[in-house]
Design a protein around this ligand. Structure first.
Ligand SMILES: [Zn+2]
Length: 411
């Protein structure tokens, strides 16, 4: 099958899934958090059926799961997870992409007001001559993560169209609400996701490969002080704001997001709300290193104890809960082949690998807590979560080839 036919199919699928608005909404507690994700889930379930998958199901949380039985003697069972939602960063939820054919290196007028400048985005210059998909300036492009969905669906289509091609048993999970705390991947029916390992396709430019993410926890400090009239405040008033001030002043300023990079972890105070009596302070803890991560938690418990000693009349409580784990922690001798295969495929396809310890999490970080090692590879897009997001077609195609090769597993 020639490259042009596959590229056309990739673009057709991408535009089809982009046309269904599916921004997640972090203010909604329900999963999925937006009706568009249901719509997309239904369309995908129908498409999976057309492609010959079995055990297709949409559960109560909008998670679409399906299975493609193996063909030939490939022994492995491999999963692919992609997310249904696009991110809400205050831009429109309607996505109207534009395809610039044979990009010439000049600035692109995304709309009357917004220009994509090659000076501000010099990385685009490595795609001169390539077709590139841009936004119309009013929204993100949504390659995060609909390029992944289109990629997987196109690979499944290829396998259907080419019945002589053998492949592994393939499990698919399309999950909602990744962008608002990896909520959807928690709702996968893991009894029906019997994989040796899995993949997400949820990072950016050509060659990116992630199998290390943060360990993540979030927490809340609650302080109830003692209020008093100024007439009798002396010796009685306990101001929760001043206690929170002590708490913050005991955090290491050098270990905050604004001062850390690469594998350096941090504590991030993200919110504080108070009146004269009650205060609530929210924070996040992130670290690639499990020991340092646990040490950060222990330190916060320790300073809370110290404050309880110091302010005996106040009620001080701290709560910390884990959000996700470092993908690398679920890697073992059996499943590490997932990364080895990926690197081999990159080599075969002449893709230069860019291994990144990700300062964030992917759906794989939650799967990791379930013992399913889930590395993450590139969609091919740049500038995720921005109206300057763009997807060079050649990189998109290479990402597809990676998926197809992994499904075939014959190298
Ligand atoms: Zn994503």
């Amino acid at each position: 099958m020639n490259e042009k036919i596959i590229k056309d199919k990739l673009v057709e699928n991408f535009l089809k899934y982009l046309a269904i608005p599916s921004q997640s909404d972090d203010k909604n507690e329900i999963i999925p958090s937006s009706p568009g994700q249901w719509d997309l889930a239904k369309v995908l379930a129908a498409d999976l059926e057309d492609l010959g998958l079995v055990d297709i199901n949409i559960n109560n949380f909008g998670v679409v799961q399906a299975r493609l039985p193996r063909r030939g003697d490939r022994s492995r069972s491999i999963g692919w997870v992609a997310h249904l939602d696009t991110v809400d960063v205050g831009l429109s939820d309607q996505i109207h992409p534009q395809i610039i054919k044979a990009y010439d290196g000049k600035d692109i007028k995304l709309n009357e007001e917004i220009t994509f400048s090659s000076k501000d985005n010099p990385e685009v210059l490595s795609y001169i001559g390539d077709d590139i998909i841009f936004t119309d300036g009013t929204s993100v492009l949504g390659a995060d993560n609909k390029a992944a969905i289109a990629n997987i669906m196109t690979a499944l289509w290829y396998l259907k169209e080419n019945p002589e091609v053998d492949h592994c048993e393939i499990f698919i999970a399309f999950v909602p609400d990744e962008e608002i705390g990896l909520r959807g991947s928690r709702k996968i029916d893991f009894d029906k996701f019997n994989v040796d390992y899995a993949y997400t396709i949820d990072c950016c430019e050509l060659g990116e490969l992630v199998y290390e993410t943060f360990n993540a926890a979030s927490g809340t400090l609650k302080i109830k002080g003692v209020s008093a009239h100024p007439m009798s405040a002396k010796g009685n008033l306990v101001n929760p704001i001043m206690i929170a001030h002590d708490f913050i002043s005991m955090l290491d300023r050098a270990k905050m997001p604004e001062h850390t990079e690469n594998r350096e972890g941090y504590i991030w105070v993200t919110d504080i709300k108070s009146d004269v009596l009650n205060l609530r302070l929210d924070f996040n803890i992130r670290n690639h290193d499990r020991e340092k991560f646990e040490a950060s938690k222990a330190y916060l418990y320790q300073i809370t104890d110290l404050l309880k000693e110091r302010y005996k009349k106040a009620l001080i409580e701290i709560e910390i809960s884990d959000v996700y784990d470092n993908i690398a922690d679920s890697m073992n001798d059996e499943n590490k082949v997932a990364v080895e295969k990926l690197r081999e495929v990159f080599k075969c396809l002449d893709i230069e690998e860019k291994i990144i310890p990700m300062r964030g999490g992917t759906d794989g970080s939650f799967l990791s807590t379930k013992g399913i090692f889930t590395p993450n590879y590139f969609t091919g897009a740049h500038n995720f979560h921005s109206n300057k997001e763009f997807l060079p077609l050649d990189s998109f195609y290479k990402s597809f080839l990676v998926t197809l090769n992994l499904m075939q597993d014959d190298f």
